[in-house]
Write a protein that binds this ligand. Sequence first.
Ligand SMILES: CC(C)(COP(=O)(O)OP(=O)(O)OC[C@H]1O[C@@H](n2cnc3c(N)ncnc32)[C@H](O)[C@@H]1OP(=O)(O)O)[C@@H](O)C(=O)NCCC(=O)NCCS
Length: 151
Amino acid sequence: MSTSAEVRDVTPNDIDAVAAIEAVSFPDPWSRRAFAALVGREEVVFLVATRDDRVVGFAVAWYAADQGELSNLAVDSADRRGGVGAQLLEAVMDRGRARGAVDLWLEVRESNVAARQLYQRQQFEEAGIRKAYYDAPREDAVIMRRSIGRQ
Ligand SMILES: CC(C)(COP(=O)(O)OP(=O)(O)OC[C@H]1O[C@@H](n2cnc3c(N)ncnc32)[C@H](O)[C@@H]1OP(=O)(O)O)[C@@H](O)C(=O)NCCC(=O)NCCS
């Protein structure tokens, strides 16, 4: 079993590492500039996971009123299956709860077995399908939702 990573808010110094993980994780990666523009925004929760001070994963979520949307999550290929993705997701939900959010929504490529398993294990439920939502390659999105409000 791996030791847990440290999860903290992103800083401008992390952006190169985040963009590098993004580039190996998605066929249609966000640009470095897109990530840099999110740092410090009030409505954005942008977290990184580190091991020995090396960034091994990140998550980006938007929270408005009592709703949140996870818009990006990735773990470096060499560090997958060590619990980092789950840890980032839990941290994103904790931050949302602290802001008074009651739901966290996300979209995931239909063929993304790893992510869908992770979300299912974290009690996300399928809420619908968005036809041809993704490009390169064109693919449907599965919409998922999890209630994160205080019980
Ligand atoms: C999806 C992703 C973030 C998961 O990160 P991770 O750190 O490997 O996930 P964890 O180690 O926390 O896995 C938690 C659980 O998710 C499921 N899971 C994760 N990877 C899986 C895989 N390749 N196949 C099947 N199930 C998987 C398992 O249930 C796993 O628990 P287990 O290891 O005890 O079986 C990672 O695979 C990734 O970065 N993928 C590319 C980017 C991406 O698809 N992001 C999501 C976009 S919506």
